[in-house]
Design a protein around this ligand. Structure first.
Ligand code: KG4
Ligand code: ZN
Length: 366
């Protein structure tokens, strides 16, 4: 079955076409995957403006759809697709509605059903079905992996989810304020780094710190950020205090120091490590408590190399597997929506009348 996935929940217009098959052992291959990024537009403001993002989706959608159909070698007037999968939430309301309206128009035109998809489930499922590297032949990973703990980390969400079977989710905890990705974005802005902050901080953090100067006892400026809620017994997170700590440190430094490459690099390293420490520890604790056979890592922050490396390292001596998609499929894209659409189609649980569909900006994964 051929499915087009449409993703417009935030600032990326993602269109993908997949060919999916199999019921017990589902697999798929990606025929096209187009992501029209709005980074340049939002970079000026250091964050996403919903109405601006909506306008960009309206411009980008027809172009991205035409590109995807062309890449998949399908006739744009009669593309012979079996279904459309669309993100109904969570996300920014004007952006979700733009995607949904486009999907409804196409569904009428091509006379095919629409399968509504939860954005966070899309992030989760793409990590289950994808191979470790590249976009090549996908391997389903549905063997002996449940119960699993999913750590879903994006610009809008930070969640720990117990996955007892495909489609069976229990939210164990989430952020009480800023999401992990939001923390990367906001602290990057304080340091004068471009949006999105995650990749900018990761790039600087990967650079080696300068060698200590002759006669100075320690390396670097020695800043130490808090690890918020690291030891609390629940599975909730909080990242806004981390952002405030960065701001206070930055303000307390002389202009010459805080604008130096050395300061920005060292702070980037410390921000990334503080976020990783909390995410990894709480995920491992949940995995231990629920005797998880695997950890599923998903969402834009899952593209972070250091987070992947440190989580993999911690799991080395256990029988718990790490399931994570290639970085390009961790950030928002249409393939994750199409894949989650196929999983929903297999269960047959979707509204048969596409006109009744509504965007749900606060939709929950449960
Ligand atoms: O899932 P996503 O693409 O969009 C939302 O659903 O929000 O996640 C975007 C977030 C942004 O906050 C961005 O800074 C972060 O993911 N991100 C990263 C990396 N790549 C993207 N954070 C850390 N390291 C990265 N390499
Ligand atoms: Zn996302």
């Amino acid at each position: 079955m051929r499915i087009m996935g449409i993703e417009t929940s935030c600032d990326d217009t993602g269109i993908s076409i997949i060919e999916a098959k199999g019921r017990k052992n589902p697999s798929f291959c990606i025929l096209a995957n187009t992501v029209a990024s709005q980074i340049k537009i939002h970079q000026k403001y250091g964050g996403v403006y919903p109405n601006l993002a909506k306008r960009e989706h309206e411009t980008n959608l027809p172009i991205a759809i035409a590109q995807a159909l062309k890449a998949a070698k399908l006739d744009p007037s009669r593309p012979r697709l079996d279904a459309l999968a669309i993100t109904y939430g969570p996300g920014l309301a004007p952006c979700l509605w733009t995607g949904l309206n486009t999907a409804q128009k196409l569904a009428r035109q091509w006379n095919i059903p629409i399968i509504p998809v939860n954005h966070m489930e899309g992030h989760l499922l793409i990590s289950l079905f994808m191979p470790k590297r590249g976009l090549g032949v996908p391997k389903p990973r549905l063997g002996n992996i449940f119960p699993a703990i999913a750590l879903l980390v994006s610009g809008g969400h930070t969640q720990l989810v117990l996955v007892s079977a495909l489609g069976k989710y229990k939210l164990l905890g989430e952020t009480r304020d800023d999401a992990a990705g939001e923390c990367f974005d906001k602290t990057a802005r304080i340091l004068g780094l471009p949006y999105p902050g995650g990749p900018a901080i990761a790039k600087l953090a990967a650079m080696p710190l300068p060698k200590p100067r002759l006669g100075t006892p320690k390396r670097g400026l020695g800043m130490k950020l808090p690890r918020p809620m690291l030891t609390t017994k629940d599975y909730d997170f909080s990242f806004s205090g981390l952002k405030t700590a960065v701001l206070y440190d930055w303000k307390a430094r002389p202009k010459k120091v805080r604008e130096s490459a050395e300061y920005v690099r060292e702070m980037a390293k410390e921000i990334q490590q503080a976020i990783i420490d909390v995410l990894v520890l709480k995920t491992l604790r949940a995995a231990n408590e629920y005797r998880a056979k695997s950890i599923i890592l998903g969402g834009g922050v899952a593209a972070n190399k250091e987070l992947r490396k440190q989580l993999r390292y911690k799991l080395q001596t256990t029988s718990c597997k790490l399931l994570v998609a290639p970085p390009a499929l961790c950030t928002d894209n249409g393939a994750m929506v199409a894949v989650a659409g196929y999983a929903t189609w297999l269960k047959g649980k979707y509204p048969k009348n596409p006109e009744t569909l509504r965007a749900q900006p606060n939709a929950s994964i449960e």
